[in-house]
Design a protein around this ligand. Structure first.
Ligand SMILES: [Zn+2]
Length: 221
């Protein structure tokens, strides 16, 4: 794949930044695509741009503010609280978000001359978004190929990894410190280790602690 170009769906968070490092390792030419859908924090868009600049890859921001018209939710609307109830999708859920993002990314990639798409979606310990599941991604891959008569390949390096394993992957890619200090996952817009209080920070730090324990164990052996 070294001769080929890939487009990474990129938010500036832990997962997509790890995917960006993975893509830089496997592909000769890489660019990133960021979706602006009125996130609570413009900081997310800035963070994505800053990381792309630092790694020397092109970053394009697509205006997806129409998402807010379709599906008002806690990430885009200040008046909806972020909460997660047992057995329900969290209030940060945007119906069909990944379907739309990946479809737009497909159109963008073909025009940019790339058949490879990379996304950080994952089935393992996330909140059960149906359009982040492996079966959906494979199905959309076929649909994209048919819709544009083009041999797309959607890569999902994190699909079966839990958060600790995602930290491990970033470490294997030599990007552990970069991901830890420069990415933005926190719903309160704090880069790096974040506020420590919101659901995104809790998930991220639990994974990090698990990975660090595992690494210490391995070092001690
Ligand atoms: Zn936070």
């Amino acid at each position: 794949m070294k001769q080929e170009k890939a487009v990474v769906v990129f938010s500036g968070g832990q997962d997509s930044t790890t995917c960006l490092f993975w893509t830089l390792k496997h592909f000769g030419e890489v660019e990133t695509l960021t979706f602006d859908y009125g996130q609570r924090h413009k900081l997310e868009i800035e963070c994505a741009a800053r990381i792309a600049r630092e790694l020397g890859v092109k970053n394009t921001v697509l205006d997806m503010s129409l998402l807010n018209q379709l599906a008002p939710n806690a990430l885009t609307r200040g008046d909806i609280e972020i909460e997660e109830k047992e057995g329900e999708l969290p209030s940060t859920f945007v119906e069909g978000r990944n379907l739309l993002f990946l479809s737009f990314a497909g159109v963008y990639a073909k025009v940019a001359g790339s058949r490879h798409l990379v996304t950080g979606v994952c089935e393992t310990d996330f909140s059960g978004y149906p359009d982040c599941r492996d079966a959906f991604v494979k199905s959309l891959n076929v649909t994209l190929n048919l819709s544009m008569d083009y041999p797309f390949v959607i890569h999902t390096p994190l699909m079966w990894l839990n958060k600790a394993e995602t930290w491990k992957l970033s470490d294997e890619l030599g990007a552990f410190d970069f991901v830890r200090t420069k990415t933005l996952t926190c719903y309160n817009g704090i880069v790096g280790d974040g506020c420590g209080e919101c659901p995104a920070c809790k998930l991220r730090s639990a994974g990090l602690q698990n990975y660090l324990l595992e690494r210490e164990g391995a070092d001690a052996r």
